[in-house]
Design a protein around this ligand. Sequence first.
Ligand code: SF4
Length: 407
Amino acid sequence: MPARTAYPLQLPGLTATDDIDTVINWGLGADSSAYLARMLTDPAGHGIDLDRTAVLYMATGSEWPETRLLAEEFILPLLREHGVRFVQLARNGHLAADGITVLDDSRHAERLHTRGAWTLWEEMETVGTVPQQAGTRKCSLRAKGDVGDRWILAVMGGRPFRQIIGFNADEAGRCLKDQANSKLAGRTGEFPLVDWGWGRKECEGYLLERFNVHWPKSYCTFCCFPISMGSLPAHMERMRAHPGIAGEVLRLEYTAMSLNPNAKLYGKKSLLELFDPTQERDQACLEAFQRELDMPWALYRVRRLFLLSADGGHRPVMRSTERIGLGRPAQLAHKLTAVSQRFGIAVERDHQYGRARAWLRPRRPAWPMAEELFATAPARVIDKKDKNFEQHWDALVSGPAAQLPFV
Ligand code: SF4
């Protein structure tokens, strides 16, 4: 594992006097791979001085294996052949202060580094959640955007530079957002695929003709966006081709949904409900999921606060998660059921996969409100409490707040 680097970056050979003035973001997918492959047929003709260019890749830790293999088989040799500087980066930890790591920085990279010390997966699973579908892609900013920006900041030091992004011609709207959102001093965004009029079809067609392979989409195995990108059928086929990955992603979702029934991977739909246990083609994934659940479980107490701001708007939901005990799923479910019955509280059981859940304070439709539940789940989630949670909880939850039958 390469050395961890605290922010700001201070690595030998990496200074603001570096003569790089062009950065190309490579996300491993068809769009940016097609751009690189075509541009490298005639760099100067495409306005690229390779001596002053770096290709940036940010490892999230959960890329699909075939995307990785294709990148190593077809694009890395091109980068080596042309002596392109290829910089591989990863985030170091949950906090911004943890910094980033330069996994590799070379003009003859032999391999793709798939992860750093921190991964998005571990961050999601330890807090018992899945990527958010609505709003900004915060996960992408954390795992990729912020990481690249930090390297650029350290290397450019505010000098003018251009950043080439592989948005394709079908997603020209993203170019406008990119221009509006970038906060890097001296940056000019360029979108050559849009200039070429290359949409997804043209990029895939180019790679097919050039390398004789169908280039799949690049995204984290647990990403929620395949459903909104209209590629759910292809995504499910990919899952079926990798039952082990499907099992892990199902565990991630199941854990999150144990603590919050709304935490379905695809908004209204869960990944689990997209597999049909009566279909032979889905059985390997569901069996892999069963194996993933064969691990220590925990009983959790989860509280959420849905508070209003001074102007009456909704504040971000606050949460406290506490691990009450460890054990096997059946043993914990029995304990939860026995205690709940004494207090007349119903218990929801999932007899197939093991979850038990009891609502002490069910969610209500109107804000402000407090929610409290006890649930069993794979013991991957750590204790976590938002700042000032207890103070807000005490202010909202009146009455016998100490009546907590399970603790
Ligand atoms: S691929 Fe999906 S899960 Fe991964 S960082 Fe991007 S938006 Fe988030």
